[in-house]
Design a protein around this ligand. Structure first.
Ligand code: BGC
Length: 806
């Protein structure tokens, strides 16, 4: 520190570019490389030559209720980060699913702070065990997306302390996370990057956080307030509110130099943790994850299968019996599976295993599988399928991308595998930043007679030519959040009739204008038009012939995303009708829900089985086959309550009013909100069936009173009364005397063979008995009689007992 000038020190405190931190060769510090998570390690871009493992979405990780498994899974993430030369993972996201409308709910660990805290701490430990730093985000109150850059979250002290701060606190105090990311939003009137109370007093002083406070990308807007409040690092760089402005502020006496030293010390501590000090030069070489260790693919597949949550299973519809000879695989998500949620969490997957591939492999040649889309789930144009495209310059599948600069000079020409371009794609240095005009062209061959839809999507001025003639021309409207452009770019299209084998030349042209230099989003789409009756007819014909139907439904890709919230919880398109009609034709109808957050299930009582599979990541199909065939028991339990209808969502408002979002429900989020309002969820928090059944036999509590402020050990005995070995997640809820609030206090897994008993010891942490005393601004650990309730979900708690504290 003593060797560094003030300018050098402050120079370290703003990113060198979008995802890299500054290097300082003089002290042997190389530039740390960061990458988004939390559903994998994207890398600093989505280089097709350097793909990533797509892990199950964090909501799925939470659905395992298994911190030990999560630690194993995220250790693989840490290894992958190392192999890709990444030092700092921008993950996990520990904001809560306060409402099912949250666009980033799939990135969260659900609605309950205790479950989220246990899973989050395990996540941090796993990644950090490989010497990769984690950045726990977004501190705090960034639980929905509308107006996320400015929204003022109004929450009282107890609500912050007992709900929203809990997972952050666990990551700091139990798992020693290396970094925390301050969010875009405000809390009680103050921007999170300027929030001294939260950043310095609580996070650093009270919890003893030794790591680095990052700004969320472009969240730091002020110079002095951010520096004084406890922000340590401004991202991205190289511009931003610090740099010379902060040097001037220190020299003018507005910011003490000791504060700068503290920030630099934190940064160097993190760099040391990542092995970036005294090791100048580039980190480990990139590894091709397609050829990567099978162990990683196995772990990801197992985690996905374990996260699948069986909500309903009547007449032993699952696992599929061996006698099945004809299986119909129906639904838009069967044909267009959604592997991941959208936004910065997306990775370029190394491989993707579709449901059909998975089931074919598992069921073998003896079972015939018919696939039918049934209905569309998106009004956007998909495709084109690679086999219908040809690069007009060199031939071969794909599309030709040409980029022109402001002088209309061709500065780039290359082939793209999938006729789209995003700002995360690598292009030669400076090309994207100077792109004045982009053109994607392909020779498209119609696979059948019929109507086709061709479209161009992106930002700025857009144009589509078919066989050299203008087909459509438009200017994309401005959007609220850049992520909206990424996940659901504005599109303009036309329809044409083609004969099978007919070839057309498609050229999409885009002029991004001054949207944001370097930010590109552009795609050319082509899709055969199928009418609703045609699609439904095919599905019903397939269902009529089948011994069992698996209907895979869910949102379209990009519907659950960073940057905006969901506008409805209903399944898009005609999916509800599809399920109703198919289940009327085939008695063994298994609905598989491929969504990050809950969807409405008006058909729930009329189908045989419902399996919630979240966004399972790249091994989707293999994990699904494992569970449907019974090779793997679905051991997931809901980390979020599933509502019956939209009016029956107790916390349904994510939209700020005059800039403020009031957390009026206080502690009553998730299942606590259902309990307080007396509303029945469709499926409660904690619910999930397996392939066997359990009796809850006994809860053993300590005899006599226990000390206030101490952890309490209890024992629970359950018995497997079903037909096969299984795993049960035992849940313990505690009702406190002070206000009658009942909340999850502990949980754990047992495994037992048929007929066997299993006993589990669980620790109710002292914090489970505490509440935040607003008048003393401190935790209170009162005496009194606490009610202990034990069972398989937040609504089914057959074992009860009283615990006397004091
Ligand atoms: C997101 C962060 C992400 C960052 C970098 C922001 O818009 O909120 O979660 O880590 O971008 O991509």
């Amino acid at each position: 520190m003593e060797e560094l000038s003030l300018t050098e020190k402050i120079g370290l405190l703003t990113g060198a570019d979008a995802f890299t931190l500054p290097a300082l060769a003089r002290i042997g510090l190389r530039g740390l490389r960061t990458s988004d998570g939390p559903a994998g390690v994207r890398g600093t871009n989505m280089d097709p030559a350097d793909r990533s493992t797509s892990f199950p979405a964090p909501i799925a990780l939470a659905a395992t209720w298994d911190p030990a498994l999560i630690e194993q899974v995220t250790r693989e993430m840490g290894r992958e980060a190392r192999a890709k030369g990444i030092d700092v993972l921008l993950a996990p996201t520990v904001n809560l699913a306060r409402t099912p409308y949250g666009g980033r709910g799939f990135e969260s660990f659900g609605e309950d702070p205790v479950l989220a805290a246990r899973i989050a701490a395990a996540y941090v430990r796993g990644v950090q065990s490989e010497g990769v730093a984690t950045t726990v985000k977004h501190f705090v109150g960034n639980d929905s997306e509308v107006e996320r850059w400015t929204v003022d979250v109004r929450a009282d002290e107890a609500t912050l302390r007992e709900v929203y701060l809990v997972p952050f606190e666990a990551c700091v105090t139990d798992a020693e996370c290396a970094a925390v990311m301050a969010g875009y939003n405000r809390v009680n009137g103050i921007s999170m990057t300027e929030h001294e109370e939260l950043l310095t007093r609580i996070l650093k002083d009270e919890w003893g956080f030794q790591g680095v406070v990052f700004s969320d990308w472009s969240a730091a807007r002020a110079t002095v307030q951010t520096a004084l409040a406890g922000l340590d690092l401004v991202m991205p760089g190289p511009d931003g509110p610090w740099g010379q402005a902060l040097v001037d502020a220190v020299e003018a006496g507005l910011v003490p130099e000791s504060l700068i030293d503290d920030k630099v010390e934190r940064l160097l501590r993190m760099a040391e943790f990542c092995g970036a000090v005294g090791a100048p030069g580039d980190p480990a070489p990139a590894l091709d994850v397609r050829k990567g260790p099978h162990a990683r693919r196995d772990v990801v597949r197992q985690a996905a299968a374990r996260s699948f949550t069986l909500l309903r299973n009547v007449g032993e519809a699952l696992p599929l019996p061996r006698e099945i000879k004809e299986l119909a695989l129906i639904g838009p998500n069967a044909v267009h599976p959604v592997y991941q949620g959208a936004g910065s969490a997306e990775v370029g997957p190394a491989v993707t295993m579709s449901p059909l591939e998975g089931l074919r492999g598992a069921l073998g040649g003896g079972v015939s599988i018919t696939v039918a889309e049934g209905c569309a789930h998106s009004y956007r144009t998909s495709g084109p399928d690679a086999e219908c495209t040809e690069d007009p310059v060199d031939g071969g599948p794909g599309a030709r991308l040409e980029i022109y600069d402001e002088d209309d000079e061709l500065v780039y020409s290359g082939i793209r595998p999938n006729s789209e371009l995003t700002f995360w794609d690598p292009l030669p240095e400076g090309v994207a930043a100077n792109a004045k005009q982009l053109a994607l062209s392909t020779m498209y061959t119609a696979p059948a007679d019929g109507g086709y839809r061709f479209a161009v999507a992106g930002i700025g001025e857009l144009r589509l030519d078919i066989d050299g003639e203008l087909a459509t021309e438009t200017i994309a409207p401005q959007v609220n959040d850049p992520m909206e452009v990424f996940s659901q770019p504005f599109e303009s299209g036309v329809e044409r009739d083609l004969r099978a084998g007919q070839r057309v030349r498609l050229t999409a042209t885009g002029r991004p204008g001054d949207y944001e230099p370097g930010f590109v989003r552009f795609r050319l789409a082509a899709q055969r038009i199928r009418t609703a009756p045609e699609l439904m007819g095919e599905a019903l014909a397939a269902a009529g012939e089948a011994d069992a139907v698996v209907v895979i439904v869910g949102p379209a890709p990009g519907e659950e995303s960073e940057g905006y919230d969901r506008s409805t919880l209903a399944l898009p398109g005609r999916q509800d009708a599809l399920i109703e009609e198919v289940s009327a034709v085939c008695p063994r109808t298994i609905v598989v829900v491929n969504s990050g957050m809950p969807v409405l299930m008006p058909w729930a009582e009329r189908v045989s089985a419902i399996l919630q599979i979240w966004f399972p990541g790249q091994e989707f199909g293999l994990a699904l086959a494992d569970v449907l065939t019974g090779d793997q028991e679905p051991t997931g339990r809901l980390p979020v309550s599933i509502p019956r209808t939209e009016p029956l969502v107790p916390v349904g408002i994510a939209k700020p009013h005059e800039g403020a979002l009031r957390y009026e429900e206080g502690l009553s989020v998730g299942y606590r909100a259902y309990a307080r309002t007396g509303i029945d969820p469709r499926y409660p928090f904690g619910h999930g069936l397996g392939y066997t059944e359990w009796d809850y036999e006994e809860v053993q509590l300590p005899v006599g009173p226990v000390h206030a402020g101490a952890d309490v050990e209890i024992g629970v005995t359950v018995r497997n009364v079903g037909p096969r070995q299984g795993t049960e997640t035992v849940q313990v809820y505690l009702t406190r005397p002070v206000d009658g609030v009942s909340a999850l206090a502990a949980f754990g897994r047992v495994v037992a063979k048929p007929g066997e008993r299993a006993r589990i010891r669980l620790t109710l942490p002292a914090r489970a008995f505490a509440h935040w005393d607003e008048s003393r601004h401190a935790w209170a650990q009162p005496d009194g009689a606490f009610l202990v309730k034990v069972g398989p979900s937040s609504r089914e708690l057959p074992l009860r007992g009283e615990l006397l504290v004091g």
